[in-house]
Design a protein around this ligand. Sequence first.
Ligand SMILES: Nc1nc2c(ncn2[C@@H]2O[C@H](COP(=O)(O)OP(=O)(O)O)[C@@H](O)[C@H]2O)c(=O)[nH]1
Ligand SMILES: Nc1ncnc2c1ncn2[C@@H]1O[C@H](COP(=O)(O)OP(=O)(O)O)[C@@H](O)[C@H]1O
Length: 214
Amino acid sequence: MAPTCTEPHPDRELSSCPLTPPSTASTPRPIVVSGPSGAGKSTLLKRLFDAYPDRFGFSVSHTTRSPRAGEQDGKDYIFVTREAFQKLIDENGFIEHAQFGSNLYGTSVQAVKNVAEKGRTCILDIEMEGVKQVKKTDLNARYLFLQPPSVEILEKRLRGRGTDKEEAILQRLAQAEKEIEFSKTPGVHDQIIVNDDLEKAWQEFKAFCVSDGQ
Ligand SMILES: Nc1nc2c(ncn2[C@@H]2O[C@H](COP(=O)(O)OP(=O)(O)O)[C@@H](O)[C@H]2O)c(=O)[nH]1
Ligand SMILES: Nc1ncnc2c1ncn2[C@@H]1O[C@H](COP(=O)(O)OP(=O)(O)O)[C@@H](O)[C@H]1O
C-alpha cells in the first residue's frame, strides 16, 4: 500500500505531509509512463534522455529483481534484497510499491526528490498498481500509457529482447492483458500511444513529454 501521512518517518527530510514535493511553477509536473513489459518504455525513455539530457530526470526505482546484462545499479534501478526493500517499506520510504511477477518494485520518496531538486521533469516508469497508488498522492503527475500493437507482437518483442526466461515472459504476457484492460478505464491516462512504428511513437512520445500539460 502507499504510505499514508499519519506517521511520517523521522529521517524523511520533507517537512511533513504532503509525501512528495508538490509540483509548482519551479518543479514541473512528473510524467508517469506505464504499459506492458515489452511495450517499448525503456527504448523511448532512452531516446528522451539522450535528446534532452538536462530537461528530464529518471526516478530510479528500487527492485528485488536481479540486474540484467548492462544494467547499472543506481542508474537503471537500485537493486536490493527483499529484506532491504521491506525495511524501506517499514520506514515509510516509498511513494508507491508493488509486486510484479516474483519481484518487488517501488518508487522511493528520495528518488522523486532527487530529480525535483535539479528542477527537472521527473519520469516514472511503473506498472499499473503503482499508477493507482501515485494517483492517490499529491504528485500531480501526467499519465502516459504505451500500448503494443497487439499481444502477439508484444510476445515477439519480449522474446526478441532475450532478457527474460520463459516463466518471466509468460508472467509478463499475463500481466500485459491486465495492464491493457486497466488502460481502458476512462480518464486514467492523459494519452495512449500505440508503439507500432517506432519513429511515429517517438514523435508522439516526445511531443507529450515536452508539452507542459497545462
Ligand atoms: N509499481 C512499480 N512498478 C515499477 C517500478 N519500477 C519498474 N516498474 C515496473 O515493473 C515492471 C517490470 O520491470 P522490469 O523488470 O524492468 O521489466 P521490463 O519492463 O520488461 O524491462 C514494468 O512494468 C515496470 O514499469 C516501480 O518503482 N514501481
Ligand atoms: N516500435 C518497435 N518496433 C519493433 N521493436 C520494438 C519497438 N519498440 C521497442 N521494440 C523492441 O521491443 C523490445 C522491448 O522494448 P523495451 O523498450 O525493452 O520495453 P519495456 O521497457 O516497455 O519493457 C526491445 O527489444 C525493443 O528493442
